[in-house]
Design a protein around this ligand. Sequence first.
Ligand code: NAP
Ligand code: ZN
Length: 360
Amino acid sequence: MAQTTPNHTQTVSGWAAHDSSGKITPFTFKRRENGVDDVSIEVLYCGMCHTDLHHVRNDWGITMYPVVPGHEITGLITKVGSNVTRFKIGDRVGVGCLAASCLDCEFCKDSLENYCDQIQFTYNGIFWDGSITYGGYSKMLVADQRYVVHVPKNLPMDAAAPLLCAGVTVYCPMKDNGMLQSPGKKLGVVGLGGLGHVAVKFGKAFGLHVTVISTSPSKEHEAKERLGADDFIISTDIKQMQAGKRTLDFIIDTVSAKHSLGPLLELLKVNGTLVIVGAPDKPMDLPSFPLIFGKRAVKGSMTGGMRETQEMMDVCGEHNITCDIEVVNPDQINGALDRLARNDVRYRFVIDIAGKSSNL
Ligand code: NAP
Ligand code: ZN
């Protein structure tokens, strides 16, 4: 569907999927003029989140094609609207999952825009002017300043890009549930992918004992040596799971596919909390016994609000936390998506949109 909104006058090159085959091809489209509250951004890098894969393949049945994915965006400000005070031309900035929200509800007023019930996302959303939003697999973005954050100077723009979704999506539930304020407590991270590997880094930065719970024995060495994980449990190994019973205070579950929560809940101590951030397309099994016997809680969490997103970026700047990435060119997007689907990435693909492969 072509954009028909009258003020969408800027022609932009990007990459889109056109049907549920998920194949990405070059795509030219229109973006809105830079409004008074907007900034224009030259996109440098865009991370490839598993959510992009869910969307291009229509796993969740909600994709509006053509879809230009991408919500882990870093770039440089090229234009600012007359109301913009927080940014100037040349600033290094990031854009994550959020494009618009009502600005009036209790959540927006508290900068928890991510829980506004009128939230619109950076791609596959419907903006207030009726246009479908297109994401960061594109050369240029126009964004309302509210949904833009500064990237600390010491963070490289490529390895910082996935923080805009993967980073904030694990940071917020960790903070909400007291994990970042509890050094020495035991955290389990289920699924060592894009989200999971950043959760391990936050856990270690805040003094937690971190156990990775994974289906991939091949990730153990790196998880411990490179990411600093303290323990590694293979979730398909019944003996290891048995030995891990009642050892963890918290679990973050980042798994992208359907799985049972029962064996994971058994790993929690009494009163432990499991937070789901992974978004499988099918309901997960939630047996009652491990909940009841351990007085355990299961919660969800969706990305982060804008104040928290800036806070998370600043925390990453202070602790020098970046993502472990494989940089690809735009013509390698399809191959990268296939590898992401096969769980073959350490730990995030980032597209070099501007072709700079630079030290920016
Ligand atoms: P990812 O890089 O593909 O990582 C997912 C990890 O899950 C894999 O590395 C793998 O880890 C594990 N896994 C995959 N298939 C599995 C299976 N069948 N059984 C058990 N484990 C499996 O994905 P991601 O980008 O981190 O995203 C993860 C999920 O979070 C996606 O569903 C995504 O849509 C969702 N998400 C949610 C939010 C939110 O706001 N809540 C934000 C971003 C993403 P091991 O090899 O270690 O087992
Ligand atoms: Zn994402």
